[in-house]
Write a protein that binds this ligand. Structure first.
Ligand code: 5AD
Ligand code: SF4
Length: 457
């Protein structure tokens, strides 16, 4: 190892966008000699990449910072240094508060400024005091970042869009991530080609509102996500394409056509609905009704009959009655989800819903969440169980938990385990699903000896 090399420890909370951002922050610091370490106590720099979306975000950050402060003090007592940076959405929303309450923090940076990290590190290590960068700068950070480094396996994330203009009543994202911004098709395709050259076989396109992507297409005019996916599908060896997270209002014709026509686009869509009650959808400022959501599901299934759906739900938004909750349960029944995420409403300071009358009592939220999650668990288990006996294409992504085992994912994003040689990692193999477990599938390779030994019927 280079004697000058420094160690960087990144702690990532929250969404896939944060996972991608953490990777890019590591990329931008690599030329300064920072190499990743798993050990916070041995790090010359620690970045805490935070999430503000739900409960007790700030308290969680301060308690983690308390822990890191002890490590920083121990390192300084031993004659070393530890630059402590707080990034992500809590940094954006509460930057000043962080520096006031945790003055040992050296750098606070919002999601739009991480390309400026090298300069911030230089300023912080000149002992010029703490550095705070939480504006929404006019330059595009992607123009200032080095190329992304190699993905850690056959799957990779690629951010194509950031920010959100939707302003759902409950959500902090439009405030922390700012207005919608799309990267151009040319830069996205170039990054995808690099990822594929480095071994990626599946790319998940990321954005807070990914299907609102309207970056410059090849001809310079605003493009659509469907056409962008078409351009990406032309990259040889890119076997699978996914995108997340989408808003129902931005499902346009080009996207339905992409699901119909592009085999690399996987038959799985995470499409948050939040509630099945039109009254609550309106209070949430979602800009769609339950019937419109069901219509989208129908169109998707017509375009791609094997498509599976995932969603996000919030129970206990201000004003939600028992009847509203029943409407959500009815929507779940009508769709049949392959998986889903569900949350109790948690007031986010500064959002309209936090100031609304008629907050729902905590015990009511608890009871509703339990009932809703039980239903979603049943649907997920049924979806997985129905895979048993089928032959399914699996992208093997790495070794499994046991020796001789591989881990991978199905077209519907289910984790799959099968015994097989490591040479299959990075390839898509048709496998026979033996068992559909509640959270994963167990499979057998076609040429597995056990299968060959099975007596003929
Ligand atoms: N309370 C509960 N859940 C929330 N989400 C976003 N904001 C809140 C909040 N204030 C959920 C939504 C969103 C997902 C990422 O997090 O369901 O789709
Ligand atoms: Fe938040 Fe709504 Fe935007 Fe999604 S669409 S990021 S829930 S404001």
């Amino acid at each position: 190892m280079n004697a000058n090399s420094k160690r960087l420890h990144v702690i990532t909370w929250g969404c896939q966008m944060n996972v991608y951002d953490s990777g890019r922050m590591a990329d931008v610091l690599a030329p300064l000699g920072y190499a990743p370490t798993e050990l916070a106590e041995a790090a010359d720099m620690v970045i805490l990449n935070t999430c503000h979306i739900r409960d007790r975000a700030a308290e969680k950050v301060f308690s983690e910072l308390g822990r890191l402060r002890l490590l920083k003090q121990a390192r300084e007592a031993a004659g070393g240094q530890m630059v402590l940076a707080v990034a992500g959405c809590v940094a954006q929303a509460e930057g000043a508060e962080i520096l006031a309450r945790a003055p040992y923090v050296d750098i606070v940076l919002g999601p739009q400024t991480y390309h400026r990290l090298p300069e911030m590190v230089a300023r912080a290590s000149r002992a010029a005091g703490a550095v705070i960068e939480t504006d929404f700068p006019t330059e595009d950070k992607f123009d200032f970042l080095p190329d992304a480094t190699a993905p850690t396996g056959p799957t990779a994330f690629l951010t194509i869009q950031e920010g959100c203009d939707k302003f759902c009543s409950f959500c902090v994202v439009p405030y922390t991530r700012g207005a919608e911004q799309s990267r151009s098709q040319a830069t996205i395709v170039a990054e995808a080609k690099r990822l594929v050259a480095q071994g990626a076989r599946e790319i998940t396109l990321l954005g807070q509102n990914v299907n609102a992507w309207h970056g410059a297409a090849a001809d310079g005019a605003p493009g659509t996500l469907g056409r962008l996916i078409e351009a990406l599908a032309a990259i040889p060896d890119l076997l699978r394409i996914r995108y997340t997270t989408s808003h129902p209002r931005d499902m346009d014709d080009s996207l339905f056509a992409a699901h119909r026509d592009i085999p690399q686009l996987m038959p799985f869509l995470h499409l948050p609905v939040q509630s099945g009650s039109d009254r609550i959808l309106s209070a949430m400022n979602r800009k769609h009704t339950a019937a419109e959501y069901l219509n989208i599901v129908e169109r998707l299934r017509a375009a791609r009959p094997d498509i599976a759906l995932s969603s996000d739900f919030i129970v206990g938004h201000p004003g939600e009655t028992g009847a509203d909750f029943r409407a959500t349960m009815a929507l779940i029944e009508a769709v049949g989800f392959a998986q889903a995420y569900s949350f109790k409403y948690s007031p986010r300071p500064g959002t309209p819903a936090a100031a609304a009358q008629m907050q729902v009592a905590e015990d009511v939220k608890d009871a509703r969440l339990q009932e809703l999650q039980a239903k979603l668990r049943t649907q997920q288990a049924a979806f997985n169980a129905a895979c048993a006996g089928q032959t399914v294409d699996v992208l093997f992504t790495g070794p499994g938990r046991h020796a001789g085992q591989l881990g991978g994912r199905s077209p519907w994003l289910q984790p799959v385990h099968a015994d097989g040689p490591e040479s299959l990692i990075g390839t898509v193999v048709p496998v026979k699903i033996v068992t559909g477990n509640p959270n994963s599938l167990t499979a057998m390779l076609p040429s597995h000896p056990l299968e060959q030994e099975r007596p003929q019927a």
